[in-house]
Design a protein around this ligand. Structure first.
Ligand SMILES: [Zn+2]
Length: 52
């Protein structure tokens, strides 16, 4: 199954808590949360990958 990543936005002013990223098999293994921006506030540096 392709990988998924759970990401939280740590900006206290951002109402988004967490979201899932669902990858295809083409997504490189070295992709991290730092490669994405928050879909709500648009910041890169506030995102942290979490393990459920
Ligand atoms: Zn955010």
């Amino acid at each position: 199954m392709p990988a998924t990543m759970e990401v939280v936005c740590n900006d206290t002013k951002c109402p988004l808590d967490m979201f899932d990223l669902h990858f295809t098999y083409e997504m490189p293994d070295d992709v991290t949360a730092a490669d994405f921006s928050c879909p709500y506030c648009g910041q890169f540096e506030t995102l942290t990958e979490i393990e459920l």
